[in-house]
Ligand binder design. Structure first.
Ligand code: SAH
Ligand code: SF4
Ligand code: F3S
Length: 477
């Protein structure tokens, strides 16, 4: 996520908007299987969620997940292609696996996910150690693909599907804390933003059967999960048609249905596209206490001409109108954003409009990325990637500075207010402190107190803040 993203460990099933280079630490799943799979994931929450589907399919084949790659029979890396850096990280990991394979030649190495889809069989030529290449819609073919490898062949399946949603697979939860879970509600993306590789790596948009989503949510509630995040590249265009009576379930309907499953379980969602977020969705968020008052609404750029070139299909005015609608309908809602610095042909004036939209939108957080040209995208074919790297970095830093100031000012306004937070665990910095999030997705640090445990809701009064964190004290259990 922006400048700090590459260091972030995605372990809490919580950082729904982290897209790019996050690493998932595999957890050991107790069973008696003798074969072991080591599974590592990079990229967005959707990839993380896919890894849970892969773990489930592998469990059916008798594979137990292991956090130790040395003891694995199969090493899978679930990859991301969103920026060049994301792919470089994966190449570096493959080098690491090469050493393992040298000591244990029978180890099967599989590349999964977006980079597998983008490079297809070419990856087998480029990286000789790789035995399997599997795209995001082909995980159900894993049994066949593994069999082929056992017979001494290399195997590839990168077919994209118009229907696959893995609705019938119960994911094996890898995050392990039993509090947060991702629930994928749709796959693919039809938007064709000119800079973006996702439509090529994830295929056409399709929505998952509402009944299977709700049964997963019910199951999570019965197991004591406290927060679920509904995932899709563009959740607001969720649309499922009931084949029995042709009735349509919209994203607003789905949010409501999920909120009603268990009113003590928080519902989050990511990502919203500004062109599709409707007032109906906003009213639904406002209506239910347990739908979190937080919307990740990536703007990408503040200048209308750039937005057109990016093929985002909205302009600055439209975006600001949506922000105004959020402020009107859900006054306590926090908004965060994704921003790209140094897109093709960006002038200093256009860059300044990005800075001004950060100020106008009052984001609690922004993930800021330097534009990275992706082969095959509309932008790569049509526009020159002409902003020097140094300018991209400087512009990124300038946006970051303003963004941090805005976050700090917003956090200062929270001092003296009370919030209900969901306890996630100890603070990263000290085991004398606990950490929990507000509905607005802000992290609050508070002193450890007897009786508070992970998964508890605690009411806190905010006493201090930095630009990234609130500090508080408990006022009731
Ligand atoms: N579906 C989401 C975002 C998916 S990708 C949406 O539409 O908002 C996550 C973020 O990565 C994007 O929001 C964008 O800011 C960034 N991104 C995508 N392609 C990029 C590229 N080529 N270079 C730099 N950043 C990129
Ligand atoms: Fe990429 Fe745009 Fe789709 Fe998001 S909406 S995944 S940025 S094409
Ligand atoms: Fe990366 Fe694919 Fe997600 S490109 S951001 S892992 S959809």
């Amino acid at each position: 996520m922006s400048n700090t993203f590459s260091e972030v460990v995605l372990e809490k099933g919580h950082d729904e908007s982290r897209q790019g280079e996050a690493l998932v630490i595999p957890q050991e799943i107790e069973n008696t299987a003798s074969k072991k799979v080591y599974l590592e994931s990079y990229g967005c929450a959707m990839n993380f969620s896919d890894s849970e589907i892969v773990a489930s399919i592998m469990a059916n084949l008798g594979y137990q997940t292991t956090p130790n790659m040395e003891e694995a029979n199969v090493i899978f890396v679930n990859t991301c292609s969103i920026r060049d850096n994301a792919e470089k990280t994966v190449r570096a990991r493959l080098n690491m696996y090469r050493k393992i394979k040298r000591n244990k030649p029978g180890t099967v190495i599989g590349v999964l996910g977006c980079m597998a889809e983008r490079l297809k069989a070419q990856l087998l030529d480029e990286e000789k150690l790789v035995d399997m290449v599997i795209g995001p819609d082909a995980y159900k073919d894993l049994p066949n693909l593994l069999m082929k490898v056992e017979d001494g062949e290399k195997s590839v399946n990168v077919l994209l599907s118009r229907e696959e949603t893995y609705a019938d697979i119960v994911p094996v939860r890898l995050s392990g804390n039993g509090i947060f879970a991702f629930v994928t509600i749709m796959r693919g993306c039809d938007n064709m933003c000119s800079f973006c590789v996702v439509p090529f790596t994830r295929g056409r948009e399709r929505s998952r059967d509402v009944n299977s989503i709700l049964s997963e949510v019910r199951d999570l509630s019965s197991k004591g999960y406290k927060e679920i995040t509904l995932l899709g590249q563009n959740v607001d265009s969720y649309k499922w048609t009931n084949p029995e009576d042709n009735s349509i379930v919209s994203f607003a309907n789905l949010l409501e249905l999920c909120a009603l499953v268990d009113t003590t379980m928080r519902i989050r969602f990511s990502t919203s596209h500004p062109k599709d977020i409707t007032d109906e969705v906003l009213y639904t968020i406002a209506k239910y206490n347990n739908i979190c008052k937080y919307i990740h609404l990536p703007v990408q750029h503040g200048n209308s001409e750039m937005l057109k070139k990016m093929n985002r299909t909205y302009n600055r005015e439209w975006y600001l109108d949506r922000v105004a609608a959020i402020r009107r309908i859900i006054p306590e809602c926090a908004i965060s954003s994704d921003i790209i610095a140094g897109f093709c042909g960006e002038t200093e004036e256009q860059h300044k409009e990005t800075i001004s939209i950060v100020l106008a939108s009052q984001y609690t957080f922004s993930y800021i990325y330097a534009y990275s040209e992706r082969p095959g995208t509309l932008a790569a074919r049509k526009f020159e990637d002409d902003i020097p790297e140094a300018d991209k970095k400087r512009r990124l830093a300038e946006i970051n500075d303003v963004s941090r100031e805005v976050s700090h000012e917003l956090n200062k306004l929270d001092i003296g207010k009370t919030y209900e937070i969901l306890i996630e665990g100890f603070s990263k910095k000290s085991d004398k402190d606990l950490a929990g999030r507000t509905s607005q997705n802000k992290m609050v640090i508070l002193p450890v107190s007897e009786g508070i445990k992970i998964g508890d809701y605690v009411t806190v009064k905010i006493t201090d803040c930095t630009s990234a964190t609130l500090f508080g004290k408990q006022i009731s259990a």
